[in-house]
Design a protein around this ligand. Structure first.
Ligand SMILES: [Zn+2]
Length: 470
């Protein structure tokens, strides 16, 4: 008898959407101000984790909360363990949503909410997959754990603590990117560049850069940038110049005078930091404009750093770290966060993704050597080594076969620049939820997942869990 996973999952459609709506209403953005014991990343993230674990408990699963860092929902018997790893934290919503990002709404068959695609939708699909496997009564010879992480979008501290205390699955997958399957991911480096910025006085007709800021996260292309200028220069002329720049480059923005300052604001287009050339980096454009103005020495050095090393250099060319391989393609650099204020200091955060055979130490040395002359010191905030699972590994072969069986489409393993949770599993691959050719909306405004796709993915996950654990 052939079990019809898709038909069975269809019967659970409404329930899945109901629970996903509840889950996506929780603003589970990392918030240290509400962190406490048992909620290391803040109240909202703890609430999201509790929601999932309570759901598991109610449905009769064994569950465990590892001090709020992560948790799991387990089913099955046996020594060996299969892992499915998803995350419940989300990146900030950003502006410009059609409907409120934390009030989920279905329009034209699409479920809109922050986290719909990355990664609450897939987490809920994986949960319903596990639930269907349980309800099917099909026998398993291995245990399956749906592991729910809570710090994927920031520092992966959740996984560090979780796997210090809990068993590493013998193999697993994470539903956090694309179908059919990702077997290779670039290495990831987050660098913070920082330095002092002394107070400066206005002199002659040059402007003092009294503030520059853009971006919230290193792994997102900044969708807004702002600068504040002080000085006795010709404000009218400067405003005209700014309007010209905006028009020529077809960028939205404005200039505004208030409290002896001229504020310049620019709008960009946010995009995932793994594809920095696909967004419009507001900080880069604002630096490009400011770079042609007579600015004070300290401010102009900060702007020059952005121009000389980052602008028009999405593949690390200007930093001297460009490299590429046949498995994962070129290294990328995203300037995701910028802060500058005299008296306070200057900062930038870079998100670098390097090919599977790249050299992490060499990359860091190159960046370090270049930025020191701009008064900046490099600190590595995060490093994740590349992930690469052999295409002939049984994990890869089984998942691809399941995908082909359910979709009727031929499936080949892929390589990406995004760092997914797959590399927290050893070995681990990424498996869905986005079907080929469908729009990627992770980390963007109006993030959504097609409800039909979500159900289809859940059915694929159910069979995948069964095939890996039977
Ligand atoms: Zn994700």
């Amino acid at each position: 008898m052939r079990f019809d996973w898709q038909a069975e999952m269809e019967k659970r459609r409404e329930s899945l959407i109901h629970h996903l709506t509840q889950l996506c209403a929780i603003e589970s953005i990392r918030d240290e101000s509400t962190a406490r014991e048992g909620a290391p990343f803040g109240e909202a993230i703890a609430t999201a984790l509790d929601y999932m674990l309570d759901l598991g408990k109610t449905d009769g699963f064994e569950t465990k909360n590892v001090d709020g860092y992560a948790g799991h929902i387990q089913y099955g018997e046996g020594e060996e363990l299969v892992g499915v790893l998803a995350h419940l934290d989300v990146v900030p919503a950003g502006d410009g949503w059609t409907s409120p990002p934390f009030s989920p709404e279905i329009r034209d068959g699409k479920f809109y909410a922050r986290g719909a695609q990355d990664d609450k939708g897939p987490a809920m699909a994986a949960y319903f997959a596990l639930k269907l496997v349980k309800e099917s009564g099909l026998p398993l010879s291995r245990r399956v754990r749906l592991i729910l992480g809570t710090d994927e979008e920031s520092q992966w501290k959740d996984m560090k603590v979780y796997f210090e205390r809990e068993q590493m699955p013998d193999m697993g997958f994470t539903p956090d990117a694309d179908f059919p399957l990702i077997h290779a991911e670039k290495g990831l480096i987050d660098l913070t560049l920082s330095g002092s910025a002394p107070q400066v006085e206005t002199s002659g007709d040059s402007w003092v850069l009294s503030r520059f800021e853009a971006g919230q996260r290193p792994n997102m292309v900044p969708d807004a940038a702002g600068a504040r200028l002080a000085g006795d220069g010709d404000v009218f002329e400067l405003k005209e110049r700014y309007q010209d720049y905006l028009l020529t480059h077809r960028i939205r923005g404005y200039a505004e005078e208030a409290d002896d300052y001229l504020t310049l604001v620019m709008e960009g287009v946010s995009h995932h930091g793994s594809e920095p050339d696909q967004g419009l980096n507001a900080a880069y454009h604002l630096a490009e404009f400011l770079g042609d103005l007579p600015l004070d020495e300290v401010g102009s050095r900060y702007v020059a750093f952005i121009r000389n090393y980052l602008v028009d250099s999405f593949f690390g060319e200007k930093l001297g770290i460009a490299q590429s391989d046949d498995i994962t393609g070129p290294l990328t650099v995203n300037g995701g966060v910028f802060r500058y204020e005299p008296g306070e200091g200057q900062w930038a955060q870079l998100n670098i993704r390097y090919p599977v055979d790249g050299d992490h130490d060499w990359i860091c040395r190159q960046v370090d050597e270049r930025v020191t002359s701009y008064g900046l010191t490099v600190t590595e905030v995060d490093h994740k080594a590349p992930n690469h699972v052999d295409p002939d590994h049984p994990l890869v072969k089984t998942l691809l076969r399941v995908y082909e069986e359910q979709t009727g489409q031929p499936a080949k393993p892929m390589a990406i620049g995004g760092a997914t949770y797959a590399r927290a599993l050893k070995p681990g691959v990424c498996f869905g939820p986005l079907f080929p050719g469908h729009e990627e909306r992770a980390h963007q405004k109006d993030e959504y997942i097609r409800v039909d796709d979500l159900i289809r993915a859940a059915a694929i996950y159910a069979q995948a869990i069964y095939e890996l654990a039977k």
